[in-house]
Design a binder for this molecule. Structure first.
Ligand SMILES: *Cc1c(COP(=O)(O)O)cnc(C)c1O
Length: 368
């Protein structure tokens, strides 16, 4: 079996043991060290570590002091955490369709969806490539919108050399299967001193100093044990990303011309970090997406469907007061992606031989 993800954090053993021996296992010096290293990697002035990527999104929205009725524009083609974070923050979720080339929100659709209640633009940098920040940033500036980037899948990605998470408030996930992991964890990046300060207070029960509460806060803290798991990966992130990029290039060369498959594109000016290598299985392919997935699984090629449905297309969101008027029919590009997207193994632990096995098996079962 060639798995779709491999979690290998053995290089963290000595740092984790150091934390265990110290007895100071909750948030402490290792979290601080993680934050300093992460800020460097993300090209941001501040990094605030939290307990997962979802709380990174929630805290970033809470720090904006949104009022009931304030709208957040985001993608309908994303992991459910994006939507849940908006709802948790009490904001109204507004969706716009994605583009088929980068799987991220279409700036023209965003422009058409902005209302006087719109306060936040939340692009999702899906699969490791950023959204079209060249168009989204000026649009946000023109309408005075905050940008909160769902960068959960995009650590190290860049648009015109500027890193994901440095265009607004950057929200990263460190879940086990993400490009950098602490088992569970999250990080918020910002260049804004004031915002970073508020996020640090918010993360710790709204407490500035002992029993000095400045806001109704929460416990969003990361532990030193988790921080220790992630530090070695941050230190060699360029190497990990380069391996993913090499694998993606080999996959694209090997799969070029496969009938019915749309291969993922790296758009001009964007550095793709290949959290996923996702093809679209179109109507001219010999097998449907689901048939291809099943055939690959049977032949020992791990694969994944991210995501099988539009994010709000579940009973628990239909009629939800904070998801008003969302209708699947309004998002044809996202709906097509949900029925055609299939991710193939691209992670840094693959050998060239395994990449070739993925290519040959896909071609074989598609008969081309
Ligand atoms: C993983 C992920 C999240 C949530 O991160 P957790 O650490 O699992 O809470 C949010 N958005 C996207 C797009 C993700 O892939």
């Amino acid at each position: 079996m060639i798995p779709i993800t491999v979690v290998d954090v053995r290089d963290a053993e000595s740092l984790v043991v150091e934390v265990l021996r110290s007895g100071a296992i909750a948030q402490g010096p290792m979290v601080k060290r993680f934050e300093e290293t992460f800020a460097g990697v993300a090209g941001a002035k501040h990094a605030v570590a939290v307990n997962n990527g979802t709380t990174a999104l929630v805290a970033s929205l809470q720090a904006l002091d949104l009022q009931p009725g304030d709208e957040v524009i985001t993608s309908p083609f994303t992991f459910v955490a994006t939507l849940n974070a908006i709802l948790e923050a009490g904001a109204t979720a507004k969706f716009v369709d994605i583009r088929r080339d980068d799987f991220a929100i279409d700036p023209d659709a965003v422009a058409a969806a902005i209302t006087p209640r719109t306060k936040v633009l939340m692009p999702v940098h899906l699969y490791g490539q950023t959204a079209d920040m060249g168009k989204l940033v000026p649009l946000a500036a023109e309408h005075n919108l905050a940008i909160v980037e769902d960068s959960a899948q995009a650590v190290g990605a860049a648009f015109d050399g500027k890193r994901a998470g440095s265009f607004g408030t950057g929200c990263f996930s460190l879940y086990a299967t993400k490009n950098v992991t602490t088992a569970e964890g999250g990080v918020i990046t910002t260049d804004d001193d004031d915002l970073a300060d508020r996020l640090r207070v918010l993360r710790n029960q709204g407490m500035r100093a002992r029993y000095q509460y400045e806001m109704a806060g929460h416990n969003y803290r990361m532990t030193d044990l988790h921080a220790a798991v992630g530090i070695p990966q941050l230190e060699k992130l360029d190497e990990l990303t380069a391996a993913r990029q090499r694998n993606a290039k080999r996959l694209s060369e090997g799969l070029a011309g496969t009938l019915g498959l749309d291969l993922p594109q790296v758009l001009p000016g964007r550095d793709h970090v290949w959290h996923q290598y996702t093809v679209l299985v179109g109507p001219h392919a010999f097998l449907s997406r689901d048939e291809l997935a099943a055939a690959l699984t049977e032949k020992g090629i791990g694969n994944g469907i991210y995501y099988p449905k539009i994010v709000f297309d579940y009973d628990c969101y239909s009629g939800h007061p904070l998801v008003p008027g969302a209708n699947v029919a309004d998002f044809p590009v996202a709906a097509a992606a949900a029925s055609q997207a299939l991710s193939l193994p691209v992670h840094q632990h693959l050998t060239e031989e395994q990449v070739d096995t993925v290519i040959n098996t896909v071609r074989e079962v598609l008969g081309t």
